[in-house]
Ligand binder design. Structure first.
Ligand code: ZN
Length: 199
């Protein structure tokens, strides 16, 4: 099974996560908020730190400029947030940014259409039991399964899939180790979200 680990918002502590994973030969995808220095009272990665994460071999994706709610924002704001963050991050990391994650997860058909015109991959989230998980939603968006310490046992139910995208909320390196161990036991291959096959 190919697994893409994804991390949202670009918190400062994601630099430790990125280094921890790189040391273990694991590549992941970090969806960063491109236009804020702080979110939910927590400091976000600096431009230099985002560049360092990219240089470790990880993928940088966009999570908009300002973490807008795409179910409520008007079309011009959605387009601006999608385009500006892509341009800014592409220039920052020196490679085209082709993956995007919706802030909060939910999105309208319009937001999905716009995101998928500008990015190859638009990722949303799923919080629920493994039985209800599908890799793609009705808009063709990639769905990340929300993996927490409290639902690690759900991994066993997902192991029949050939591809899996996981979303873990702002983990410490200790929690990350606890999540990686069962994945390793399942013999998964870790790829960035854009390296998974999306034919
Ligand atoms: Zn977010």
């Amino acid at each position: 099974m190919d697994v893409a680990l994804t991390f949202d918002d670009g918190y400062k502590k994601h630099l430790d996560v990125a280094r921890h994973l790189a040391k273990r030969g694991i590549k992941a995808t970090f969806f960063v908020i491109a236009g804020l220095k702080e979110y939910m009272g927590k400091e976000l990665l600096s431009p230099a730190e985002i560049k360092e994460i990219a240089s470790l071999g990880h993928e940088i994706g966009s999570h908009t400029m300002t973490h807008i709610d795409m179910t409520k924002a008007p079309e011009d704001v959605i387009v601006r947030e999608l385009v500006e963050s892509k341009k800014y991050l592409t220039e920052l990391v020196g490679a085209e940014v082709t993956s995007f994650a919706y802030p909060y997860g939910p999105h309208s058909g319009l937001a999905a259409k716009l995101a998928r015109q500008i990015y190859k991959i638009a990722r949303t989230t799923y919080i629920g039991p493994a039985e209800g998980y599908n890799l793609l939603d009705e808009h063709g968006c990639v769905v990340a399964f929300n993996l927490r310490l409290s639902n690690l046992y759900e991994l066993a139910k997902l192991r029949a899939l050939d591809r899996l995208v996981l979303f873990t909320h702002s983990p410490s390196t200790i929690k990350l180790g606890l999540i990686l161990t069962p994945l390793r036991l399942l013999g998964v291959k870790f790829l960035t979200i854009s390296e998974l096959s999306w034919s």
